[in-house]
Design a protein around this ligand. Structure first.
Ligand code: MN
Length: 233
């Protein structure tokens, strides 16, 4: 069985910092026949390299805003205080995973930081992208789709979801410039916000929405995105 690494986050509750991921990611991996492995944040590069040795693919999970300093901007008031610890950790994971050449699935923050690592930039708030009327930070249940995306023909995502799909949306930032090694493969219908990219050689898929939440209770089309981690490439 393939082992799928899931990048950890860290939270302070009741006097202690705790390493965690949302249960959704592990469930989606398990459902597809993979073995989910949570990878706790570390500042040690050699530990990260050992993590990558034991996994066959990597999920970069959602979470905090990426430090704008990493793409050459000062912090705007709309950005959260950066988590330097987590940003540095994710950068090390990405570096080691790219070196090994394993599939990487970036989800929300994961998609954003992977773009930044590869040389792209973010908008610190969607209002800098456009005066969109679409609600990209939904208040309904996170499993509910709230806006539509248009998917490019010929992409991996197109094979899995077809030309149009409905997605959930829990992001207040978005991609400003996509890295040169990535192809945009889905945009939000109505405002053109980048909702997915793939790398040219096919080992990277990034999605701005949260498929793991959409298919958590019901196994629907969105669980197909996790095939990306387990299929031979
Ligand atoms: Mn969205």
């Amino acid at each position: 069985m393939k082992k799928i690494g899931i990048s950890g986050n860290r939270i302070f509750i009741k006097g202690f910092k705790r390493d965690y991921v949302l249960e959704h990611y592990a469930k989606c991996v398990e459902r597809k026949g993979g073995v989910p492995i949570i990878l706790p944040i570390t500042s040690k590069k050699e530990v990260v390299e050992e993590y990558i040795k034991i996994i066959d693919a990597l999920i970069l999970t959602g979470g905090q805003d990426v430090d704008p300093n990493l793409y050459g901007e000062e912090l705007y008031k709309e950005s959260e205080e950066p988590s330097v610890e987590r940003d540095q950790y994710d950068f090390m994971l990405i570096e080691a995973a790219l070196k090994k050449g394993i599939p990487i699935l970036g989800i929300c923050r994961g998609m954003q930081i992977l773009n930044v690592y590869l040389g792209g930039k973010l908008h610190q708030d969607i209002k800098y992208h456009s005066k969109t009327n679409l609600k990209h930070v939904q208040s309904s249940m996170y499993s509910d789709p709230v806006h539509s995306i248009k998917i490019s023909k010929g992409s991996y995502l197109y094979e899995k979801l077809g030309e149009e799909s409905r997605v959930n949306s829990i992001h207040h930032q978005c991609i400003k410039e996509v890295a040169s090694s990535l192809n945009v493969v889905a945009v939000s219908i109505g405002d053109g916000i980048i909702e997915a990219y793939e790398s040219k050689e096919g080992k990277i898929l990034g999605v701005q929405w949260h498929p793991e939440m959409m298919c958590f209770h019901v196994d629907n089309d969105m669980s197909r995105i996790f095939d990306f981690l387990l299929e031979e490439k």
